[in-house]
Design a protein around this ligand. Structure first.
Ligand SMILES: NC(=O)c1ccc[n+]([C@@H]2O[C@H](COP(=O)([O-])OP(=O)(O)OC[C@H]3O[C@@H](n4cnc5c(N)ncnc54)[C@H](O)[C@@H]3O)[C@@H](O)[C@H]2O)c1
Length: 255
């Protein structure tokens, strides 16, 4: 298929946290569908690999290295995308993480860890989206998709901070969908379950097996499963879907 026949030909997609895992898979999926893709991350080397893979689909890639928890870097990044690449049609808010090595049950939680997880897993989504909504309203078009987590519903032990942040992403999605509905901008969220990315690959083997066994479909989610859902929610086929949460988790939690 030539670039111009593909469903996102002529569109500009932005993927945050595109250097690894789900973000990279999504950037490649948008590129395969013909979108030009701005890819943001704080890891320059891995981001450069994503850029090469995106360009292999025959589309433009626009890399920006920055920390999206920092308001000035967010503003600068999105201004550069608009100036040098074009107005944003699709935004995939993908940045987020658990407390990882600072993981603890809540009774032992440190305020700085709680703040970090809320910043990275909720505030990045609000701040990045804030940079694109005025143009989307004005152009009366746009797709905003945010990656939450099924931990928001399941309430996994040791993830009070993360579940709070990812539940926040769902509240954000619903309220913003109502605000932007009159402007024909769709706002939706995806809740992955445990997904085969580096975070899951680093956990002890027995914990990995337990996670797998808790999933009715009997395997972990692949980053491409989430990327496919993001492409669908960004497409004309999803034109009447807004404010919704799509669970892509092999049935680990129903919602
Ligand atoms: N992997 C899972 O099991 C799983 C399950 C549910 C939800 N999620 C969510 O999916 C999303 C992607 O997860 P993943 O497993 O692909 O993670 P990952 O760590 O493999 O990739 C996340 C990317 O975001 C980047 N990033 C993180 N903080 C950043 C910041 N402040 N500024 C710029 N870039 C930043 C990282 O450098 C990395 O490249 C996250 O929101 C995560 O919470 C993951």
């Amino acid at each position: 298929m030539t670039t111009s026949n593909r469903q996102f030909a002529g569109k500009i997609a932005v993927v945050t946290g595109a250097a690894n895992g789900i973000g990279r898979a999504a950037a490649l999926a948008y590129a395969r569908e013909g979108a030009d893709v701005a890819v943001l991350d704080r890891e320059a080397d891995a981001l450069a690999e994503t850029v090469e893979l995106v360009r292999a689909s025959g589309v433009r890639a626009f890399p920006r290295v920055g920390d999206m928890t920092k308001q000035d870097e967010v503003v600068e990044t999105f201004a550069a995308i608009k100036r040098d690449f074009g107005p944003v049609d699709i935004l995939l808010n993908n940045i987020g993480q658990t407390a990882r090595e600072n993981y603890s049950e809540f009774w032992q939680a440190k305020p700085e860890t709680l703040q970090f997880v809320i910043n990275v897993s909720l505030m990045t989504t609000l701040m990045c989206t804030r940079q694109v909504v005025e143009d989307m309203r004005e152009r009366r078009a746009g797709k905003i998709v945010s990656i939450s987590s099924d931990s928001a519903m399941n309430g996994d032990i040791g993830t009070v901070d993360y579940a709070s942040a990812k539940s926040g992403v769902l509240g954000f999605t619903r309220a913003l969908a109502r605000e932007l509905g009159p402007f024909k901008v769709n706002v939706n969220a995806i809740c992955p379950g445990p997904t085969n990315t580096r975070a899951m690959q680093r956990i002890p083997r027995d914990a990995y097996e337990r996670a797998k066994n808790a999933i009715p479909l009997g395997e972990l989610c692949e980053p491409e499963d989430i990327a496919n859902a993001a492409v669908f929610l960004s497409s004309v086929n999803a034109r009447f879907i807004t404010g919704q949460t799509l669970m892509v988790n092999g049935g680990r939690v129903f919602y």
